[in-house]
Design a binder for this molecule. Sequence first.
Ligand code: BZD
Length: 798
Amino acid sequence: MNIATLPVVSRDNLRDAILSHLAYSFGKTPETAQTQDWRMALSYAVRDRMVEAWFDATRRTYDAGAKRVYYLSMEFLIGRLLEDGIVNLQLLDQARGALDELGLDFANIVGDEPDAALGNGGLGRLAACFLESLSTLGCPAMGYGIRYEHGLFQQSFAEGRQMEAPETWLLQRHAWEFERPESRYRIGFGGSVSDEAGKAVWTPAVEVDAEAFDTPIAGWQGKWVNTLRLWSARAVHPFDLDSFNRGDFEGAAQPEALARTISRVLYPDDTTEQGKELRLKQEFFFTAAALRDILRRFDSEYDDPGLLPSKVAVQLNDTHPAIAGPELVRLLHDERGLPFDDAMGIAQGCLNYTNHTLLPEALETWSEGVFGKLLPRHLQIVDRIDDAHAKANPSRSLSIRADHQVHMGELSFIMANRVNGVSALHTGLMKETVFEELHALHPEKIVNQTNGVTPRRWLLSCNPRLSSLITDTISDGWVADLERLQELEPHVDDAAWSDRYAEAKRANKADLASWLSDTHGLKVDPEAIFDIQIKRMHEYKRQHLNILEAIAHWQEIKDNPSADWTPRVKIFAGKAAPGYFFAKDIIRLINDVARVVNADPETRDKLEVIFLPNYNVTLAERLIPAADLSEQISTAGKEASGTGNMKFALNGAPTVGTLDGANVEIRERVGAENFFLFGMTADEVDARRAVEDHARKAIEADPRLARALKAIGDGVFSANEPDRYANIVENLSGHDYFLVCSDFSDYWRAQREVDAAFADRSAWTRMAALNTARSGWFSSDRTIRGYMADIWDAKGLV
Ligand code: BZD
């Protein structure tokens, strides 16, 4: 098959393509078109330029008989796609020029696109970076997930409190998906299992259809395009005619409404919604559809299921798709008649599992009641997997089925060929803690793949000023080979170059300052240090440590207002799970502190605190290039990796942080002298927790901490309700599981070192530039190469 080759894209033919789509795809003239119409027309014009490479990638994969990689993830936090597509296809100048000629503003048009917020945080954003890198490396791959009608909720504040409203990205038109009504699979739930002549037969009680929607994901320079396939739930019979004929119109529409519930909304909890039946339904729904699709594609090329492990690698993004293990065994054994052990062996040859957390509350388990009711045949298969594993490993004491629960981590581990952690520290801890016993039995299974981020979105596109400087200095090879940023290193001591580096940061900060003023009415001093903590709200991430330090800092400035303070703007953003009340209290506290501190004329020009609402990918793209300081202050041992930490370092914001997750590797690479380290190590954390009254002792030892806590407790920031934060104060002075108090003094010391370092601007710029020059290893291209070599045994075709 051959399609007409599109002409090389000039500004003029892009303009013509936009006008053509405006007329023929959207039925509008330039006079009647609104921003949305222009955005759609431009998106279609750009999308057209991906299609040929998309077909070509499929054709080349078939021709080469290549192994395919399937990335199964409940979340893909892809954000906006238009600018990403334009940048990767290298159409930025043409698009700007074409829009200019049409009298339109580029930023306004790309800014009209809603964020596709189909994820909670790091895990979902990692999946999005991985898809882009898979395409850049020409690895035949497909992402599988859920086409949520409502992504992560919209956050606003009312008197400082988090308010949640449904997210509605699909109400605006979406340019990037191709509906595939022909790719539809029937997915069953519940029912019973019968024995027919020694064969287990599952008869589900309820069935829904999974319908595919495909989004092309173009890699750098558009040379290879993979697919993100998201499943939408549909009723098998959309409409109950009998009910309708009886006059029961509501009843008639019920099947469709019920079925659609499955793909209606993203669970907003980034630990887990333990035990929620709908979540298990979602997990099985998309995993079962993906496996059916994978087998259909495999069957079209091969007829020996024994070849599956050499042609198919499936990556389970955390345990959310762990049901893939028993489901693949069921498809091969029950439906295709392979012996159970062969089916299990083949499944184990295909599947791999990434662990993203060691937090006990986040390790997925299902009660056998819920699991068995929804997936009765799978529960039997889980038991057989458990038995087979126990037989092969008689020394084993734990099992997948303990305490009447199904342990998804154990199931994933046993069904996987490789299991990986997401940073060196995290992988080491996995071996010592949650998977200690399984690791001893299967010492070859656990491998590390430290996370990375795509440099196309997180430097080239979001930070054009720094990108131009880099390209002027070392040419543009860095975009596809980020380690070449090392070549910047000889320039960091060149005064003229360093001025240009500082100028890029200054201009980014000025841009952010005007945006804050225009959109939020906030005035900030671009000369101040921009100190940023943006991530989900969690006690282990310790936003409360940050705000406590801000309070102590404010108090100290008031003690001595004429001292030579380094002005600081502290910026926070992040969402709390709607049911996580402690995290919501921390948000409110930060907003209350901001109100009081920002209104204090004595400190106004030295310290400002801001909490921006509705953190999302687009806001991260705006904030990170303007940051001077990156806050990565989790309790050591709790943050599996972090990926925001990498984005900040790459964009020239040194870290103040603990030895946690990938911070350890960032510090090793950028150099200890370019990283503000503080706090206990993961080993020290355990010892400290064992100290009786550790929090009280820490408070007694540090008068600044005691005074800051007292101010909160006295209602200094909540004068109309003095005991509003009694819970936070009580927690911190008592149990303090995350050791906020024990790490406070050292955090304070590190922050004052930051102040001193920032006061010497040229030394600071050198430090920032070295962060950029030495962060090339944190490209997700490097991570994906690691997965291809050590986990998937897959090859790139470009
Ligand atoms: O995954 C995060 C970790 O906390 C980070 O340290 C790590 O960098 C990233 C990527 O590896 N985990 C999550 O983001 N987890 C979730 O979002 C999540 C969502 C639903 C249910 C459970 C966890």
